[in-house]
Ligand binder design. Structure first.
Ligand SMILES: [Zn+2]
Length: 461
């Protein structure tokens, strides 16, 4: 990418320096720097250079020392439903459609509103920052409340203009989902931390007419389209029965199969579908733990990468995972890819780190701003302390990070140059308050579950 500063680096005003024992900038590829520094000017990375040179250039700059750490780009969670953190553990060990129909949708009908969404977003963002995530791609109701919470915390997010042909407290029909979402986007289009996607929920909850409308909007506004796709066998059967078409063919007919598409899950993707995705440059968001837990299938990561498809990683919502831990998601993705392809060389640790960072940025249409540690990009950074016995000895920094490190080793996180986690402590969130709010929702949800169980018993009698 083009370095923005025309004047020599040393003459730019540097607001801070971060010195790290190790740095993996992700771009250039497969590079591990030792004793390196990042120079920041407000929200931007100005230079990436050897430690000794940085001290010489800017002897008076304020410095964060990371003597036992690896500094990497902030992680990008390319698919989640952040407010669903309040439904973590609420309904487990059941198949996707029973889970949605009998538990999640009734709970959402009863409780989803601005307060639920704001409290759930705060809980989710607290967890994500503590796991090294600096940007998330969200799909939910009341996106205004999600945005407000993100701006209050200083978190970067890509916000879905959710479209689903089911009435909710947020919107009554397709027109109102789209109109309210677009109005919000118009109000916030100059907010640097927030970007938008059009988010039709899934092929089984959106009509052909709506898919065509979203396709036109995506083209006119150049918005990415964020959608659950080919998640289960049921979805494909339902599409064949109702539309006499495979879901991917429906999207193709609607004009949605292009480089703006972020196809989430793809656990039921065939070899032909992979070719189609590769040919148009569509992105796949792989959520291995959600797919495993809901027994939806396994997305063939190795084949997708081999075909040249850009694959990013997502946690999905905490109700179906049950955490928002991208490092663990990466470990699952790597091991599953090797296991199902029968090839231990299938996906290597550097590729997995790409999936957590630059591939996510590209899928979100933000590859020029985030996803790597390069001059001119936004200062979204994550430091992982590798001094713990769990990641020693350090034969290979990226292997330790991908295969051995836990999120508990994430020590410092910056979004747009602002420290949101400092030595393990959140700087812009009161954790006690966040957890207290979550516990109040736990009581309300428990009351609903009891009422649902009572209704079910009465209907059986
Ligand atoms: Zn999802």
């Amino acid at each position: 990418m083009k370095v923005k500063d025309a004047m020599p680096e040393r003459r730019r005003e540097i607001t801070s320096l971060i010195h790290a024992r190790y740095m993996v900038p992700v771009r250039p590829q497969r590079v591990i720097h030792e004793d390196y520094s990042v120079a920041l000017s407000d929200d931007e990375i100005v230079a990436v250079l050897p430690h000794a040179e940085a001290i010489q250039n800017w002897p008076d700059a304020s410095v964060t020392e990371l003597p036992d750490h690896v500094l990497i780009p902030g992680l990008i969670n390319a698919h989640t439903h952040s407010p669903m953190s309040l439904l973590r553990g609420y309904a487990d060990d059941m198949e996707l459609h029973v889970w949605l129909r009998d538990h999640i949708w009734p709970a959402e009908r009863e409780f989803v509103g601005p307060e639920f969404v704001a409290d759930g977003t705060r809980l989710a963002v607290a967890e994500m920052i503590r796991s090294g995530t600096t940007c998330f791609n969200d799909m939910y109701f009341f996106p205004d409340a999600t945005i407000e919470a993100c701006l209050e915390i200083g978190m970067r997010a890509s916000i879905g203009i959710t479209v689903i042909e089911i009435e909710s407290a947020w919107a009554t029909d397709v027109d109102s989902y789209i109109d309210k979402g677009l109005r919000l986007q118009e109000q916030l289009k100059s907010e640097p931390l927030i970007s938008f996607t059009l988010s039709p929920h899934a092929p089984y909850t959106v009509s052909d007419e709506t898919l065509c409308r979203i396709s036109r909007l995506s083209e006119d506004l150049n918005f990415p389209v964020h959608m659950h796709l080919l998640e289960t066998e049921w979805e494909i059967k339902q599409s064949q029965q109702q539309h006499e078409l495979h879901p991917l063919s429906r999207l193709e007919q609607a004009g949605l199969l292009d480089s703006r598409l972020q196809a989430v899950h793809m656990a039921q993707i065939s070899a032909d579908d992979i070719e189609k995705m590769a040919a148009v440059g569509a992105h796949v968001i792989h959520c291995p733990q959600s797919n495993l837990k809901l027994a939806s299938g396994i997305c063939p990561l190795a084949s997708l990468l081999e075909a040249g498809v850009n694959v990013a990683l997502g946690t999905d919502g905490a109700a179906s995972n049950n955490d928002l831990n991208l490092l663990a998601e990466a470990q699952s993705a790597a091991l599953l890819a090797k296991g199902i392809s029968g090839n231990a060389e299938a996906v290597n640790a550097f590729q997995v780190l790409d999936m957590m960072t630059i591939n996510g940025a590209r899928a979100l249409g933000r590859g020029a701003q985030i996803g790597s540690i390069e001059a001119g990009k936004k200062a979204d950074l994550c430091a992982v302390d590798l001094s713990a016995p769990e990641t020693q000895p350090l034969h290979h920094v990226v292997s330790q990070l991908v295969y051995a490190a836990s999120r508990r080793q994430v020590s410092d996180v910056w979004v747009a140059g602002r420290p949101l986690l400092r030595s393990g402590e959140l700087t812009t969130l009161d954790l006690k308050d966040v957890i207290g709010r979550a516990q109040r929702w736990q009581s309300r949800l428990a009351g609903l579950e009891e009422a649902l169980a009572r209704d079910l018993k009465e209907s059986v009698l």
